[in-house]
Design a protein around this ligand. Structure first.
Ligand code: ADP
Ligand code: MG
Length: 473
């Protein structure tokens, strides 16, 4: 077993340089352009063997760069001139499949015309069938929907050379064991299989025993590099807990916070409390409709929502850029999960803040966390928390929803043009623009949101009139 310990302070030594891998000059230039100046620990540990064609089981925490590790491998195996599906990537959810597709496309820019298709549930089959008829090199999808296509014969795998299981632990949690095995059985025997996971539950060994060949296992320790995340602990009674969250928010005033709860019920309760107190807070948990989930994530990522409240399962794997703070509303009984949670803040050398609420009943779990981290908890008093007198915590942006997206051939530039060139707003008053298949989301200066929505409604985008509204909290 190869083992490497990530330290974000690791200098870009020759040992971590992409240039010593057998990658094309065009790919190396593209990595440089993307700002991938050196390999992450899991990339350094897995890519040499993966590029030799070995089966790999790779385990590393969320945010460690696992996607590029398998994407570079599958692209190295790909023949762009052969117009057939050569790679299949299995992901647990549509969001993760979308993220993986985006990352593969970015990395595939070095080559012309590599076609990547996403196939997930919750989307009409008809469109997917049409897309598949046009052909694809790489298919990314969820196990259930991929099984549908295989059973219908709309997806052929005879040219496949690489099978990837991303977030394998999460797929097992979701009950996909049998579907994964079925899909793997339909792949040609001579192929490379890459399995990526944040944790290593028992099921992974069982899964790999079914269809992987002599896999190389690489692990990067879950422990966070340490110093740059400040952790503070507060003892609370059960009836103080939810209110303590708003006190933390008003005291520290983080620009964006991910608040973890152990149950969906707790998520719902906390969001209700926060919204009632005027916070812009949204919840992410299992049973939201896909469209609602998309909206929640877009609004959090584009700074028009300050607090995202989530369960571990819902938040796992999501690539949300570094957060100002993580609040552990409940202590997790699994110390490894605690490390994953707080690793969402203080990414990429920035300083992070992890605030933890613990009741007397949770002290056993706190002890396990101390043991795993090898340090004692720093306890603070709730009384120390004083609202800074700056009024409610208001996110800088609000989100406009435009009916119409890629299907209507709307591009981010069209929206930006309508707002700046046509309506005279400044570039600074417009934030992130996300164009989805059927809708477009635009982050705009919160104070101007209503006005912008009415003016867009009265005007045109790309010569067409559009329906626009402000998404309310
Ligand atoms: P994981 O799948 O392990 O959770 P991701 O693949 O989503 O992690 O990567 C997390 C972030 O790190 C992404 O935004 C990705 O673009 C970035 N990233 C990946 N590899 C590198 C690298 N070598 N250098 C800089 N950034 C990287
Ligand atoms: Mg990932």
């Amino acid at each position: 077993m190869t083992s490497a310990t990530p330290t974000s302070s690791t200098p870009a030594t020759a040992a971590l340089s992409f240039s010593q891998l057998p990658l094309s000059p065009a790919m190396l230039a593209n990595l440089q352009q993307l700002g991938y100046l050196s390999m992450t620990a899991i990339q350094a540990a897995s890519l040499p063997a993966a590029l030799l064609g070995k089966d790999i089981i790779a385990q590393a925490k969320t945010g460690s760069g696992k996607t590029a590790a398998f994407a570079l491998t599958l692209l190295a195996n790909l023949n762009p001139r052969r117009f057939a599906v050569q790679t299949l990537v299995l992901c647990p959810t549509r969001e993760l499949a979308d993220q993986v597709t985006t990352e593969i496309r970015r990395l595939a820019r070095a080559e012309d015309n590599i076609k990547v298709v996403t196939l997930c549930g919750g989307v009409p089959l008809r469109g997917q069938l049409a897309t598949l008829e046009h052909g694809a090199h790489i298919v990314v999808g969820t196990p259930g929907r991929l099984m549908d296509h295989l059973e219908r014969g709309s997806l052929q795998l005879d040219a496949l050379n690489t099978l990837v299981l991303d977030e394998a632990d999460r797929m097992l949690d979701m009950g996909f064991f049998d579907d994964i095995v079925k899909v793997a059985r339909q792949c040609p025997k001579t192929r490379q299989t890459l399995l990526f996971s944040a944790t290593y539950p028992e099921g992974i060994a069982k899964l790999s025993a079914q269809f992987m060949r002599d896999p190389v296992t690489v692990t990067v320790e879950a422990q966070h590099a340490g110093g740059q995340i400040e952790q503070r602990w507060y003892q609370v009674s059960e009836n103080e807990r939810l209110d303590a969250v708003s006190r933390l928010l008003l005291h520290f005033r983080p620009a964006s916070t991910l608040a973890f709860c152990n149950t969906k019920a707790q998520c719902r309760d906390l969001v209700a409390v926060l919204q009632a107190q005027g916070f812009s807070a949204l919840a992410l948990f299992g049973e939201l409709e896909q469209r609602e989930r998309d909206q929640v994530l877009v609004r959090f990522a584009n700074k028009s929502c300050s607090v995202l409240v989530a369960t571990d399962v819902a938040a796992r794997g999501l690539d949300i850029a570094s957060l100002a703070a993580v609040i552990n509303v409940d202590v997790t009984p699994d110390a490894e999960v605690h490390i994953h949670r707080i690793g969402r803040t203080g990414r990429a050398g920035e300083s992070g803040l992890a605030l933890n609420l613990a009741s007397m009943n949770e002290m056993g779990s706190v002890g396990k966390i101390e043991q795993l981290q090898g340090r004692e908890s720093a306890w603070h008093k709730l009384d120390e928390l004083t609202p800074t007198g700056k009024g409610p915590l208001v996110p800088p942006m609000a989100t406009l929803h435009i009916q119409g997206g890629r299907k209507e051939k709307i591009r981010p530039g069209d929206v930006l043009g309508a707002l700046t060139a046509d309506l005279g707003y400044t570039r600074e008053q417009v934030g992130k623009i996300n164009v989805n298949e059927w809708s477009t989301y635009v982050a705009v200066d919160r104070a101007l949101a209503q006005q912008m929505a009415s003016r867009l409604n009265a005007g045109r985008i790309k010569g067409k009139s559009v329906k626009v509204r402000v998404l309310e909290d």
